[in-house]
Design a binder for this molecule. Structure first.
Ligand code: HAM
Length: 488
């Protein structure tokens, strides 16, 4: 059937009519939706959400349990931890590596170990739309090892030292120093089996912590042997623990089957009693592991680091071999949580499909470092404060001030402004509050003349200068040490 031709003006009219009808029907639809039944159900929802907020249940506009915001006032601590740890990584020859937050779940199941708390209870796992089973990383080492193998890093000159930092996810019971999202700093070295590297790792861990102002640290160290000698030790331990099974907590009874070494660091009183008389791994090391541990202790003696052998230290991840260690604050109040921990993992690269490669490393918890820094009143980073304020008055001046700010900033001069405020009085109040030395005033007249007023805030003296010379004049006025040159 031939289509009826419609003139352009008619078409426009029809379109407008259609849109009007559409809007009307939307409006009536909305009206229909707002019945008294709906109002009361909405009210119920609000009440339910309020109840959830007060009871700490999940609500979409509160942080999820175990997660937290890092607010601006805390950033100087975070920045301090980042800059110190990155600087020390460079000083000790580490290159930075970043690996994804999401990896195949199997990577962690194999790497960290099936019987560990991390894999059994704490992993955030999900299936993607493409049906892949993935997990938010519950630790960083497995991903780093995966990347090491995937990118053929074994061909690089050894040792290959990698530094990494970022968030880690564990569905644990949240409490102070234990979160479901926490940030770690990791240092790992591949390709060296000499215990001198274990000692250097411990040295770096202590150095990072002490450089952050946590001066009193304690290192706990142990050796859990290699797969060969650990097999015999494991059997010995199982025999001992079986004989005391009745005295163990429910969790440890389960651990006894899958991961008996973990019974040793259970914090339950009754398990602690049992593990105190348990056979110790260092008494059952093969010759190679014994010499490795003895040499490590000799290096630590040389370093003058305060360390203690903790025979119950086994760590919560299955990949460790020989050396395991933790870093603790030596302050009484700081003894609740380890600041960091690590060890040797000589079998992990091979287990994940790479060449036989010895490796050693550790992770530090950033939140725990910051909690301890605050407790010992360590310094956070303080950013240089601006010494100059740029004030503007009138429309043209306001427009020019943006460009002048950029000109000064490009030349390394740190300055403040309050562009949104209209009155000069209000802007000078801000300048006074900030304690700046000079205020540059760009008024309507100055904007037209191409000048700017320079006001000395201490003496109140004012002078007028050419706008195009302002950078040089400001640099001269503030003695060199007063000008904050923050760009090189
Ligand atoms: P990790 O001991 O499980 O080791 O974690 C390292 C550090 O992360 C801990 O010492 C602690 O400071 C912090 N941390 C762990 N869990 C939490 C949590 N739930 N909340 C806050 N902080 C926490 C590892 O993850 C190994 N991958 C470290 C490593 C690197 N081993 C060799 N290379």
């Amino acid at each position: 059937m031939p289509r009826k031709k419609v003139s352009t003006s008619q078409a426009k009219k029809n379109k407008t009519k259609k849109n009007t009808i559409k809007r009307k029907s939307q409006a009536s639809g909305n009206k229909k939706k707002t019945t008294s039944k709906n109002i009361s159900s909405n009210k119920k929802k609000v009440v339910k959400v309020e109840k959830n907020i007060s009871s700490g249940k999940f609500t979409p506009w509160q942080t999820v349990r175990g997660m937290k915001d890092t607010l601006p006032q805390d950033q100087p601590f975070w920045y301090q931890v980042r800059r110190i740890s990155e600087k020390l990584a460079r000083d000790f020859g580490f290159s930075r590596i970043d690996v994804p937050l999401v990896e195949a779940s199997d990577l962690f199941i194999r790497g960290v170990g099936e019987g560990t708390d991390i894999v059994e209870k704490e992993m955030y796992t999900f299936t993607t739309r493409g049906n892949d089973k993935v997990a938010l990383r519950p630790e960083m080492t497995s991903g780093i090892v995966r990347s090491y193998i995937q990118h053929g890093m074994q061909s690089l000159p050894k040792p290959i030292k990698l530094f990494s930092t970022g968030p880690v996810y564990r569905y644990d019971r949240p409490q102070e120093g234990r979160y479901r999202e926490h940030y770690q700093i990791n240092y790992d070295a591949f390709g060296e089996s000499d215990p001198i590297i274990d000692a250097q790792m411990i040295q770096i861990a202590a150095r990072v912590v002490q450089s952050l102002g946590i001066k009193a640290v304690q290192i706990q160290v142990n050796s859990i042997g290699c797969p060969t000698c650990r097999k015999d030790y494991r059997n010995l331990l199982i025999n001992y623990l079986e004989s005391k099974k009745g005295k163990l907590c429910q969790d440890c009874k389960r651990r006894l089957e899958k991961n008996p070494l973990r019974v040793l660091d259970c914090k339950e009183d009754k398990c602690f009693q049992v593990s105190s008389s348990a056979p110790q791994s260092i008494d059952h090391l093969c010759d190679e592991c014994r010499i490795h541990f003895k040499t490590l202790l000799e290096y630590l003696d040389e370093l003058d680091l305060p360390y203690a052998i903790n025979p119950k230290l086994v760590r919560g991840l299955d990949y460790y071999t020989k050396t395991v260690f933790e870093v603790w604050s030596a302050q009484e109040d700081g003894k609740k949580n380890a600041l960091g921990g690590g060890g040797r993992y000589d079998g992990l690269v091979k287990m994940l499909g790479g060449e036989n490669t010895p490796a050693v490393g550790f992770g530090l918890g950033m939140e725990r470092l910051i909690l301890e820094m605050k407790r010992v009143q360590a310094k956070s980073y303080s950013h240089p404060k601006p010494k100059i304020f740029l004030a503007q008055l009138g429309d043209l001046a306001k427009k020019k001030s943006l460009k002048m700010f950029l000109e000064l900033e490009k030349n390394g001069i740190l300055l403040a402004e309050s562009f949104g405020r209209g009155s000069l009085k209000a802007q000078l109040r801000v300048a006074n509050k900030l304690g700046v030395e000079l205020t540059l005033i760009l008024g309507q007249k100055e904007a037209i003349d191409g000048t700017v007023i320079i006001k000395n805030m201490a003496s109140g003296e004012q002078e007028t200068a050419r706008a195009e010379k302002i950078v040089d004049i400001v640099k001269k006025k503030l003695k060199t040490d007063n000008v904050v040159i923050y760009k090189k």
